[in-house]
Design a protein around this ligand. Sequence first.
Ligand SMILES: [Zn+2]
Ligand SMILES: [Zn+2]
Length: 295
Amino acid sequence: MTDAADPSNYVRQREKGARDVSYPVSPEPLPIPVYDNHAHLEIEDGQGMSLDEHLLRAAEVGVAGVVQAGGDIESSRWSAWAAASHPHVLAAVAIHPNEAPMYAAKGMLDEAIAVIDDLAAQPRVRAIGETGLDFFRTEGEGLPAQFESFEAHIALAKKHGIAMQIHDRDAHDEVLETLERVGAPERTVFHCFSGDAGMARIAADRGYWLSFAGNVTFKNAQNLRDALAVTPRERILVETDAPFLTPTPFRGRPNAPYLIPVTVRFLAEELGMPLDELCAQLAANTRDVYGAFEG
Ligand SMILES: [Zn+2]
Ligand SMILES: [Zn+2]
């Protein structure tokens, strides 16, 4: 069997460099279960954990499920497989804005988007993501393909009636403008929200959701805490973007869904909200966007 025929075989390694690649200890369990709204569990980091180990370790601390996000054909197939075979996983599928120019250069962008279209028809694929614009890693001649891909993904989310997870890096105005121009899907999420309070207000006014990742805990991220402060509670989501963006005090080490409680406790503190109340709100918000995990 080839890798393409059996997506469960697919893994990627994260570059290790000089980091401490040991997994942090498990945090105290949350009083009410929440979900990790965006993770890349096909990427192996640290000592490596299998998908089952990730889910078990998460469940032990009150993290009841994970939305597994895709970024290219292989990882999107893996995401769909993971969701189809695990009741605590839902999938998002897409060609990432930094991958779109590479497919386009090979004349394969249309074909890649057709694969995403097929995957999006599966019942446990509940979002198109991650799609969007990234002016940090892509510039110049790569940008037309990025816009073309983003608009095609917006159309897919609408066609399938599912949510959309946006990746927006250094492209706030253009992302907002594109959504306004072509019309956003009914449930649009800014994954790893990276704007300020002004942008958070615009996004919330338009009915988008803001998903906060571990970087909200970083010292230099006051803009994210200001954004959080003005976001209506029913628009707040939480994610790891694992294995990246591990919250303070574990920054740089591997991230995983079982570390969501670290970020959730930080959000509760920032919002001045009782922890159980915030957990219940976050869980309800996740279900509003992606539907139920089980059944
Ligand atoms: Zn992203
Ligand atoms: Zn991501």
